[in-house]
Design a binder for this molecule. Structure first.
Ligand code: ADP
Ligand code: ZN
Length: 243
């Protein structure tokens, strides 16, 4: 409801016109998927998730798919050469001329450098969240097996180091069934505690340095996601207006 309001408001004056090449950073479970999907709709540009591209590749059951599957299953990063290649091909497509929102790319410094060689990024949104909340949220995440819509079955109401989290669940109307397409809601295989811990470790070692990389280019906006969807998305829109 509130989201539809934002779509009308922002599509009408296209505030993001000059700022449409946007990267989302943040640990697994910070909400990159949710916020980047919404923002892409608001700005009317493609949403590009390397995780989703990889999951589609895996479905094809070819050599590349089987290779990629092993990394994702373990929660470790897919090698840079494969990832950079796939991403470059995607942003070369016609629909990316007006901009794009990157969700989950880059995750390493070489990936960021490869991107810098081909496009100029306008803004980097760094989603901030405490790790305890990440583990709670990722374990309760569900996705539709048909249309990939995301859901979450846990209400988070916690205060951590003085920061209050109010993250209501995003449940489907009928438990286990997607509101949008009637598909079945499933838990991603890599959303189990063991793999979540590996993904967080990979994030700290390989992806966190990207914050400094983009800070030195003056592009980073920190976004605290503790107050939920509507407040966070309006905060993002305000920040983009002023970059
Ligand atoms: P999340 O952000 O919740 O970890 P994603 O769907 O973005 O989930 O990614 C799932 C997995 O896909 C990662 O754990 C990693 O193995 C792989 N992956 C996605 N994007 C990249 C990337 N840019 N570089 C390397 N591996 C990636
Ligand atoms: Zn669905």
């Amino acid at each position: 409801m509130l989201f539809s309001f934002f779509v009308c408001l922002f599509k009408s004056n296209r505030i993001g016109e000059e700022h449409t090449k946007i990267i989302f950073l943040g640990s697994p479970g910070a909400g990159k998927g949710t916020y980047s999907t919404l923002l892409a709709k608001l700005l009317d540009v493609p949403h590009i998730s390397t995780g989703e591209i990889f999951r589609e590749v895996i479905k094809k059951n070819n050599n590349l798919g089987n290779h990629v599957k092993e990394y994702i299953r373990k929660g470790i990063l897919v090698p840079d050469d494969i990832t950079i290649n796939i991403l470059k091909k995607r942003i070369d497509e016609h629909d990316c001329e007006k901009g794009f929102i990157l969700d989950g790319y880059p995750r390493t410094i070489p990936q960021a450098q490869a991107l810098d060689e081909v496009v100029k990024i306008d803004a980097v949104l760094n989603l901030k969240i405490h790790e305890k909340i990440v583990i709670m949220k990722l374990s309760a995440r569900r996705i539709c097996n048909k249309c990939r819509e995301g859901y979450n079955i846990i209400d988070v109401q916690e205060t951590i180091y003085g920061m209050e989290y109010r993250l209501p669940a995003m449940r489907s109307k009928t438990p286990g069934i997607c509101d949008k397409c009637g598909g079945t809601l499933i838990k991603r295989k890599d959303d189990c505690v063991k793999v979540i811990k590996t993904r967080l470790k990979q994030y700290h070692q390989q992806s966190e340095p990207l914050i400094g990389y983009y800070q030195s280019q003056g592009l980073v906006e920190d976004i605290y996601v503790n107050l939920g969807l509507d407040k966070t998305i309006s905060h993002i829109m305000k920040k983009l207006k002023h970059t």
